[in-house]
Design a protein around this ligand. Sequence first.
Ligand SMILES: [Zn+2]
Ligand SMILES: [Zn+2]
Length: 248
Amino acid sequence: MKEKIYTIPVNEAYDKDCECPLCELERKLEEEGVQYALGAAMMEPDYRIESNAKGYCRRHFSMMFAAPNKLPLALILDTHLNELRSKLKKLEKSTKSLETEHAGLFKKNSAGKASEEISEMLEKTEKSCMICEKMEHTMVRYIDVLLYMWANDDAFKEKFDKSKGVCLRHFKMLAENCTKSIKGDKAGQFLAALIKKENAELDRIQEDIHKFTLKFDYRNKDMEWGTAKDAPVRTIEKIAGYITESEE
Ligand SMILES: [Zn+2]
Ligand SMILES: [Zn+2]
């Protein structure tokens, strides 16, 4: 059997009535990641060394900025910026020769090389994020145990079959990983069941979002909302995963 630290949260997420239990898990990991970065991680020298080098993505910087106490974030930014500056200073040194260099026959690629180096460094900075990395790592474990339980645990399979499916991001992750985590014919059976479920759930969402648009026609003002009232947020969450602005 798979480790309980992963099976329990996955099972619990599937007890919830929601558009994507994997998003529920991810949302929790994200909140914990932000809290940890601004709290306990401040006292972890290893984490600080890594976070000085890697930093955070735009989404997670903005989540950290939303926290009321700005001091932990300022300390993180102070040391991270210092490291970014030293990397950029190095690049400044290596491009110094370009100031006076003439693009001769053999040297014509110097500027091109420097431009590549700078863009690579900045791309790495933009993409690397301590919180994203940790979340991705745990989500892969969750996806693996979900697939394993679907194939080996009838009680979980029943929960999965009764669920409202997943968002398209997690649909992709399940489709990508199912042959790795499920052995034999069951992988194909899972894929067939998954796409059938997703299509049925997207039909349901389509009905809701369409009904929502119809409510704006004065002739339909007395029409019952039914399940359509929060259709816009649920449609976005189904297509793109959970959005933070919609909370509470
Ligand atoms: Zn999701
Ligand atoms: Zn991130």
